[in-house]
Design a protein around this ligand. Structure first.
Ligand code: FAD
Ligand code: A2P
Length: 398
């Protein structure tokens, strides 16, 4: 019994090499056939014509460029924009258009504090009428000798470095001022820049303190040289669209950028120069303490007469008018009065809102916008970030 079981096992084991052999033979046969078949059906080698990547770079750029590189130089010394290049071995027949960064061609920091431009004062005159409070001046500087040329666009600011030294014997730091002229300047020749400056004055311990730079600016005379930096800022730029609507909320010298916008929209000679045919609605809410403090009033009245369908002008004269609660009339009170019309405009995606002037007006404007939005069944705290994200809510307060 034991012997016969061992015989069966031995017999079984003896068959293993035979089975492996047969299996190996079958595999080899089929592999060979498969290789022959694949060889027979191999596609013909096609010479692929690959266009050499186009290189649009400055001549100083290295010549060994395997991928596409576009270098776009703006007038700014700090805004070199490079488009993303495809991987070296990536073959594509699709012509990739370079993505232009928004406002990439807006000039910034042509002049910096270490090497400011010394501009000559052309004119410096008061913007106030008899009986006005304080001191607010319109000041124009000549830029024609600047090299590189100090160009700018509406909505930007420049820096002014007042002459003299601070209490520590160090040169004064620069102060920013919104540009009040269009890029073509008040003379339309494109070689000046204008500011609208209020002298800072306050009382401290029974003494009147004058702001350093604002006093320096209000006191300078035609022919004086002033250290200028910039331009800076892209927050307050106008939209390109001619059919955009522009709502402007300004207090005091916050009118400066708005004056530039309104000249660009409505000043006949400026329009001829800029070829920007504004077709939208511009609405200025202006806050001033007294009628005599209203700035650029004659120009604004002329724009109103000439463009009744495109320009609306609402004033809040705080010390002459009262709000419904009997307090000083502020622009936020005017915003509330016009809530319905204003929010009809804001709901239109072509509408941009600009806020400039006293920092202190921001909470009041927010509160008014909240109430005004509620009247339309809207939620301002949700709407405002959306407007900001869409680049339609522009704020520059100081
Ligand atoms: P400073 O000598 O610098 O004195 C200012 C300091 O005085 C304050 O920092 C504070 O410490 C103190 N101070 C101020 N008020 C009081 C007070 N009531 N009580 C106690 N202390 C006080 N200004 C314009 O006139 N026109 C513009 O178009 C304009 N545009 C601007 C744009 C931007 C983007 C910014 C940021 C500011 C702008 N300003 C503008 C404001 C301007 O830059 C200066 O801040 C302003 O002229 C005051 O500077 P100053 O050197 O005269 O005052
Ligand atoms: P007021 O000073 O009567 O309180 P200016 O720069 O020429 O002084 O003008 C600023 C205008 O803004 C003034 O009419 C001033 O009113 C007004 N104002 C002051 N504080 C606020 C505020 N928190 N919100 C809105 N307007 C304000």
């Amino acid at each position: 019994m034991v012997y016969s079981q061992a015989k069966v096992i031995a017999g079984g084991l003896a068959h293993i090499p035979i089975v492996i052999g047969i299996f190996y033979f079958i595999m080899t046969f089929f592999n060979k056939r498969a290789i022959e078949y694949a060889e027979a059906n191999k596609p013909k080698k096609v010479e692929k014509k690959v266009e050499k990547p186009e290189i649009k770079a400055k001549s100083s750029a290295p010549t060994k460029v395997e991928s596409k590189v576009e270098v776009q130089k703006t007038t700014s010394d700090s805004s070199e924009i490079k488009t993303e290049s495809p991987k070296n071995n990536e073959i594509t027949n699709i012509e990739k258009k370079p993505m232009k960064k928004k406002h990439a061609d807006v000039p910034v920091n042509i002049y910096r504090p270490k090497t400011p431009y010394e501009g000559t004062v052309i004119e410096n005159y008061s913007l106030l009428k008899e009986g006005a409070i304080g001191r607010v001046n319109h000041i124009t500087f000549d830029l024609k000798d600047s090299d590189p040329f100090l160009n700018y666009v509406e909505g930007q600011s420049i820096g002014i470095m007042p002459a003299g030294e601070d209490a520590n014997g160090k040169p004064h730091k620069l102060r920013l001022y919104s540009i009040a002229s269009t890029r073509h300047g008040d003379n339309f020749e494109g070689n000046t820049v204008s500011l609208c400056v209020r002298q800072l004055q306050y009382e401290k311990d029974g003494e009147t303190i004058n702001g350093v730079c604002s006093t320096y600016l209000c006191d300078i005379k035609p022919g004086d040289k002033v250290k200028i930096t910039g331009p800076v800022g892209k927050e307050m730029l106008l939209p390109d669209e001619e059919d955009a609507n522009v709502v402007m909320l300004a207090t005091g010298t916050g009118i400066a950028p708005m004056r530039a916008y309104l000249r660009r929209m409505f000043e006949p000679t400026e329009k001829e120069k800029n070829k920007w045919n504004f077709k939208g609605k511009a609405w200025l809410f202006m806050g001033a303490p007294k009628s005599a403090n209203l700035l650029y009033e004659e120009d604004l009245q002329r724009y109103l007469t000439d463009n009744p369908d495109n320009f609306k002008y609402t004033k809040a004269i705080s010390r002459e008018q009262q709000n419904t609660k009997g307090g000083r009339m502020y622009i936020q009170d005017r915003v509330l009065e016009s809530a319905n019309e204003l929010f009809n405009m804001i709901e239109d995606e072509k509408t941009h809102i600009y806020l400039c002037g006293l920092k202190g007006m921001e909470p009041g404007i927010d509160e008014a916008m909240t109430k005004a939005a509620e009247e339309k069944g809207l939620n301002w705290s949700e709407l405002r970030p959306q407007l900001k994200k869409a680049g339609r809510w522009h704020v520059e307060t100081y």
